[in-house]
Design a protein around this ligand. Structure first.
Ligand SMILES: [Zn+2]
Ligand SMILES: [Zn+2]
Length: 287
């Protein structure tokens, strides 16, 4: 049996295996070598962050039972999409598709920071007062639906092999848990690794309360897009231990660390206080 047929035949087991395996690894790493001291009780945060993950999983299954893999299979059956037009070897098509889908996710991430109404949805991810493995999966259900629709469109245009969509989703899931980890990596290892993969220190900059830092390092898996498009930032000004995580205006744990508050967060606040028209950060010399 071909490797891609094997993977498609064991899709659910591979997805669950990676999810629980990487989750457990990062969670243990956070206990033994944490990068920062957490500011909110972990049990409470985890219950609510993971509650949101369960809710999103149910919503997605109800709305899109066939999911991205179903769209890729339909595109393949119809011969839709760029990669089906040319006779490309499967392995090359898989590599190209995974890289292209990662670029789409990068561009989508820049977009949800730039467009005020979309930033309202995305700020649920950023409002977490701490930064750990559960932050990586914490998104408002409406943003999850938007992401899925964008992914469907990308798949229809691109025409990736079905197996590429499975690999892409498993990779994105695993890297999101890894790079949101509150974990300590030796600095030398981080420096080398971040040429190939978004590391926890790289993505943590993106969760700063400072707008210039939050509007950088948009990549989730591959770090190249930030360097290529000029949104790369090496380190937070205050350092990883001192930097403030979250959103400046929303710091009440009752609101940002509880499921009802998180679900309401896109709908609170005035309509002038975000993204493109919101630029505020402390100067390097005034701490
Ligand atoms: Zn973001
Ligand atoms: Zn993040």
């Amino acid at each position: 049996m071909d490797w891609h047929n094997w993977l498609l035949g064991h899709e659910v087991a591979v997805r669950l295996g990676f999810f629980f395996g990487v989750f457990a690894l990062v969670a243990l790493w956070e206990v033994y070598a944490p990068r920062r001291v957490l500011s909110v009780a972990k049990g409470w945060r985890w219950l609510n962050n993971l509650g949101l993950v369960v809710l999103n999983t149910v919503v997605l299954r109800l709305l899109f039972p066939a999911a991205a893999v179903g769209v890729a299979a339909a595109a393949q059956a119809q011969g839709w999409g760029l990669l089906h037009i040319y006779a490309i070897p499967t392995l090359l098509a898989v590599i190209l598709a995974v890289i292209a889908l990662d670029l789409v996710i990068y561009l989508q991430h820049v977009m949800v920071h730039a467009v005020p109404a979309l930033w309202r949805l995305h700020r649920v991810h950023h409002a977490d007062l701490d930064y750990d493995v559960t932050t990586g999966a914490r998104f408002h259900p409406l943003e999850i639906i938007l992401s899925m629709l964008i992914k469907f469109a990308a798949i229809l245009v691109l025409g990736p092999p079905v197996v590429a969509v499975v690999i892409f989703e498993v990779l994105l899931n695993a890297t999101a848990m890894f790079n949101h980890g509150n974990i300590r990596l030796p600095l030398g290892v981080d420096r080398i690794l971040r040429w190939f993969l978004v590391t926890p220190d790289m993505h943590r900059v993106h969760h700063s309360v400072e707008d210039d830092e939050a509007n950088s390092n948009f990549g989730f898996s591959l770090p190249w897009w930030d360097r290529l498009f000029g949104t790369y930032r090496d380190q937070p000004r205050k350092g990883h231990e001192q930097m403030l995580i979250g959103i400046r205006q929303y710091r009440d744990p009752q609101q940002v660390e509880r499921l009802p508050g998180m679900l309401r967060l896109p709908f609170v606040g005035k309509v002038n206080s975000y993204a493109i028209n919101r630029r505020e950060w402390s100067k390097p010399d005034e701490t």
